[in-house]
Design a protein around this ligand. Sequence first.
Ligand code: HEC
Ligand SMILES: [Cu+2]
Length: 488
Amino acid sequence: MTVFHRLRSSLRFLATIGFLWISVFSCQSPENGNQQILGPIEGEVQAVLTDAPEVPPHIDAKHNTKVIVNLEIIEKTMRLADGVDYTFWTFGGSVPGKFIRIRQGDLVEFHLHNHPDNMLPHNIDLHAVTGPGGGAEASLIAPGKSAQFTFRALNQGLYVYHCATAPVGMHIANGMYGLILVEPLEGLPPVDHEFYVMQGEFYTSGRYGDKGHQDFSMQKALDERPDYVVMNGAVGANSGANAMTVKVGETVRLFLGNGGPNLVSSFHVIGEIFNKVYVEGGNLVNHNVQTTVIPAGGSAIAEFKCEVPGTLHLVDHSIFRAFNKGALAQIKVVGDENHEVFTGKQKEEVYLPEGSAIQHISSGKSDQQAMAIPEKSQPERMEAGKRLYLQNCMACHMEQGTGISGTFPPLVNSDFLKARSDKGAGIIIRGLQGEIMVNGQKYNNIMPAVSLNDDEIASILTYIHNEFNKENTLIKASEVKGWRESEK
Ligand code: HEC
Ligand SMILES: [Cu+2]
């Protein structure tokens, strides 16, 4: 019998003997799992928040309490891999965001702060919240502002939280996700070690291992083709010298999450079998599991005992991600050999990632770019341009090019766009950031470079200038090529 079941039956028992609860009853039917009867809230505590792979302690109190969470959003440039930087958007200064640990029935007073140095509005959608948008609407804030909302943790489980500000995919892709554990009042059964490991993928302008600062690639994100798939925010965040460490004979509980934004993780530990998996982070416990699926925006809790020394490799068993894109973390198990369980020499070198020596296989795209593409007519450009606009630009500039006042500038009658001699090609090719004025309104935001070829850019620009500005113009791929080269 699991703790969850015990909790549930003891609650049922209390209800049947007519125990008098002063406060609200939430439904207690088999359909809604183990939602608990809401008891009174006593006292308050400040939540302890931790960075991966650390996990905060269980709140040690016999009764439900008010938990105050203060989470600060920070946009900052950090290491994604050796020699590779990325400007992450974070919940608390690192990726994944801070781990939050509360108990079922606790009342959470949530304060979200958007640091004044940030460029963008953000919010939070906690999957542990019962309420509209998981708190997203209630928490949307501009840089330099704070928002507060309160929720009751009705359901236990391990839940993902993430930013849900438009364009949502981009906010998540830049690292805005983390985990919140809602455990039974008395806590989960004791283990020797608990770790926090969360997978997420990054879509960069360059390829895996390309040095320097990398920008977000909207095109790769749309195609679901990340160059990096990592555990805890960077290649090697918790491997090698940063590996987690335990001793032979100790038990380990992994709180696992997948921020996505796109990929499903086939989570596996090379060298172990999970004695227990809380499937999808809920109450269902499976035993003797080799690989557990963690959906994008989902979780799992995995437990095992370390019987023999050596290095355990935590991987996404979609295996190219582990060996070629960074989806690897390690636990070093130190102690004496146990030849009854395992004999023979262990070489950890066998499993080290193949590093940046990756082969460059030319993609269809660059071949296409190398080929001379015949110029298109105006109707052809308008048709292709509309499709490309909807795929690449609409998420921010809106279908009719109106933008979102204060955040995404309009393309309709934009004086800023009209003043550019390159018709805006350079903005698509290189992206744009910093303060600009569009039709008398200030914008200070980031537009990522969009990786499109000259022909595609010619079509998008033809569409924008004709459709939104009523100009009668036809832009050629050869002109875009010229602008691309002149500004290099
Ligand atoms: C992820 C959101 C996003 C996407 C996608 C995006 N933009 Fe932008 N765009 C912005 C932001 C933000 C700015 C303002 C940047 C600043 O403040 O410096 C901007 C500025 C511009 C500007 C100059 C300002 C203006 O309104 O005239 C043009 C032109 C433009 N974008 C065109 C495009 C085109 C064309 C595409 C598609 C190929 C595109 N953008 C895709 C966010 C985006
Ligand atoms: Cu955000």
